[in-house]
Design a protein around this ligand. Structure first.
Ligand SMILES: O=C(O)CCC(=O)C(=O)O
Ligand SMILES: [Fe+2]
Length: 326
């Protein structure tokens, strides 16, 4: 059991119910055993993905003063540029040797959630690069739709209404990130790319460039490479889905060991529901022989607690945190 499954999801876009259900079952099997799989046959054009990766290269190549103009530590909504080693996914290791651009569901400043100061709600903060905003906002919407398609298949597999998750993903807090891993320092104790972690949300859809470096820990505790495969996204289960499914689906630990001689770029999309969503145990996922393993939690509370674990600037007590409210 050492190869991640590759699932052709094109039947999820067709009218053949039997083929649709087969894909749903294949995803279910992958989520139960691995919590990780590749998808092919998705509708996002490679030219669009390449354009977003290129936009990322242009942004990360800007002088640091330019990038700092949208510094995430100055954002009340967790949007913008996160500098090298700003994040520490594995608290037992050094901070991650990567820099990031973070965006979410764009909300204008006069949206009631933003006016009410709700955490993680607000406008995106884009760099001033030609064509960037339209490209990134469009790609975010396409990734959101792709995540809903997968979540419908997952809902059915877990015995819920097909629209169960989709109904909870209006105005979501799904986050899209562009990541840049510069060649990492040449010493054994130097920081790696991204420390071991599980993702916080429901599902993650990752596009990585051909450089490689992503590793997944299987049920036996071995680290396996999850290499680049042309035309695919890597999909993995995050903690909220593990909670919703009462651990029927695995929130699998993974990490990135980035190369020392090359740069690496990737772009994860983290599908996360509306912030007020209750993450409880799905009816089909508990019973006398399978007691509930997690207390109920509200989506935004869970996200904020996980951010506080990984970003030093979010650990400050509220009085010292200044503008950082969400
Ligand atoms: O860069 C990658 O390939 C994976 C990054 C990752 O696991 C994450 O950002 O949660
Ligand atoms: Fe991750």
């Amino acid at each position: 059991m050492n190869t991640l499954p590759i699932i052709d999801i094109s039947p999820l876009y067709q009218r053949d119910e039997a083929a649709w259900s087969q894909v749903s079952q294949a995803i279910d099997a992958a989520c139960r055993t691995w919590g990780f799989f590749y998808i092919k046959g998705h509708p996002i054009a490679q030219s669009q993905i390449d354009a977003v990766l290129d936009a990322g290269r242009r942004f990360f190549a800007l002088p640091i003063e330019e990038k700092r103009k949208i510094d995430i530590t100055q954002s009340a909504h967790h949007r913008g540029y996160g500098a090298l080693q700003a994040e520490q996914l594995d608290p037992t290791q050094s901070a991650d040797f990567k820099e990031a651009f973070d965006m979410g569901f764009h909300m204008p400043a006069d949206h009631p959630d933003v006016l009410a100061g709700k955490p993680l709600r607000g406008p995106n903060r884009h760099p001033d690069l030609p064509g960037w905003r339209e490209l990134l906002e469009g790609h975010y919407q396409d990734m959101h739709q792709l995540s809903l398609t997968l979540l419908r298949a997952i809902a059915q597999a877990l015995g819920a209404e097909r629209e169960f998750f989709a109904q909870r993903f209006h105005e979501p807090i799904s986050a899209m990130r562009l990541l840049h891993y510069p060649p990492r320092p040449d010493a054994d104790d130097a920081p790696k790319g991204a420390g071991e972690h599980t993702d916080y949300g429901c599902i993650t859809l990752l596009y990585q460039d051909p450089v490689g470096g992503l590793q997944v820990r299987n049920l036996e505790g071995q680290w396996l490479d999850a290499p680049f495969i042309e035309g695919t996204f890597v999909v993995n289960i995050g903690d909220m889905m593990a909670r919703w499914s009462n651990d029927r689906y695995k929130s699998t630990p993974h990490r990135v060991i980035s190369p020392r001689d090359r740069e690496r770029y990737s772009m994860p999309f983290f599908a996360e529901p509306h912030p007020d969503t209750l993450i409880d145990c799905l009816p089909g996922c508990h019973g006398p022989d399978r007691p509930r393993r997690y207390p109920d939690v509200i989506c935004s509370d869970y996200m904020l607690s996980r951010f506080a674990d990984t970003y030093a600037y979010r650990k400050k007590p509220p009085a010292a945190a200044g503008a950082i409210a969400g």
